[in-house]
Design a protein around this ligand. Structure first.
Ligand code: FAD
Length: 286
């Protein structure tokens, strides 16, 4: 199934993100968790893609195929291009097709320290256009409520996003954020720029202190005082912090749905516990 059809149903789309295990762990090590996560029946599950190069797509492909074939949930394979040549992308697309994967989240990817990027694709928009020419896939793209770190300002960021949509991105998934007002302002900018494709809000339930530090340094998401206070209060009580993180994410989701968001994309961090708590809290609201 092509996932863009989900946005015509009148229901708020509810999707998950999972990641493959590290290279030194057997791929089967995530299957148990995946089965539990899939049993929650989200509208689709997207599978992240490791830092590029030859063979980087294989775990993403295998997991996305398994989610669809064995656990009966539609899947989306992430695909980055910064470390790939056109030939490598051609091979990956052929592999996706052979595994019945119909949806791709097309990304530039982050530059790897010490690795010179390939030059065939400079931006995600170029990958979107390439996949569109290839045909056969629904194409999604990433967007950034607080702007991408490389953008000079919000205007440049949204104008580049418009190029990505014009190049073929039919649906957008946002970077995580902890302040819904930032998302609403981004949606206004997107509308002014003429971006009319569905946008899912990326929600990350923060459940431990290390995760917060990593998230802030990696993606630069700002932390509202309300959020920082909760995290500070429970930082030395892991269970309380986890429950507070889940409650915060649920509050964000309720507000987003009330404000007519097209979809919620939950960064599950491969945790069936967190995914289930949040699903149960919001499933009647979608
Ligand atoms: P782009 O859309 O290419 O944007 C990157 C920068 O280039 C922006 O500043 C943009 O404004 C600018 N730009 C774009 N087009 C132009 C242009 N024509 N001219 C000038 N400037 C331009 N990373 C992974 O490695 N694996 C994953 O699985 C993964 N999944 C992700 C999922 C989501 C939902 C999100 C939000 C991010 C994900 N990332 C992943 C991270 C992503 O790869 C990085 O954020 C990366 O730095 C940018 O990728 P992009 O596709 O958004 O890039």
């Amino acid at each position: 199934m092509k996932i863009t059809s989900l946005f015509n149903s009148g229901k708020t789309v509810f999707s998950f993100e999972v990641f493959p295990p590290k290279k030194d762990s057997p791929i089967e090590s995530v299957y148990g968790k995946l089965e539990e996560i899939c049993a929650l029946k989200p509208d689709f599950i997207s599978v992240t893609y490791g830092a590029g190069g030859t063979g980087a797509h294989s775990r993403t492909c295998e997991i996305a195929a398994k989610i669809k074939r064995d656990f009966h949930v539609e899947s989306v394979a992430h695909l980055t291009c910064v470390n790939s040549t056109k030939t490598m992308i051609d091979e990956t697309l052929a592999d996706f097709k052979a595994h019945d994967i119909e949806n791709i989240l097309a990304l530039r990817g982050d530059y790897t320290e010490g690795v010179a990027p390939q030059t065939d694709f400079r931006y995600a928009s170029e990958l979107c256009a390439y996949i569109r020419r290839h045909g056969g896939f629904d194409i999604s793209g990433a967007c950034y409520p607080e702007s991408h770190m490389d953008s000079a300002d919000e205007i440049e960021d949204v104008l580049n996003l418009k190029k990505k949509v014009d190049a073929g991105a039919q649906h957008l998934i946002s970077q995580l954020f902890f302040d819904n007002e930032l998302f609403y302002r981004f949606m206004e900018r997107a509308k002014i720029a003429g971006i009319n494709v569905p946008v899912e809000a990326g929600i990350m339930p923060v459940t431990n202190k290390r995760q917060i530090e990593r998230m802030v340094s990696l993606c630069g998401a700002s932390l509202p005082t309300k959020f920082a206070k909760i995290m500070q209060k429970y930082e030395s009580k892991p269970e309380a912090l986890r429950d507070a993180g889940i409650a915060y994410a649920v509050e964000q989701i309720v507000d987003l749905i009330a404000n007519g968001v097209d979809g919620i994309h939950l960064y599950t961090m491969n945790s069936p516990y967190v995914a289930e708590k949040i699903t149960r809290a919001v499933e009647n609201l979608l």
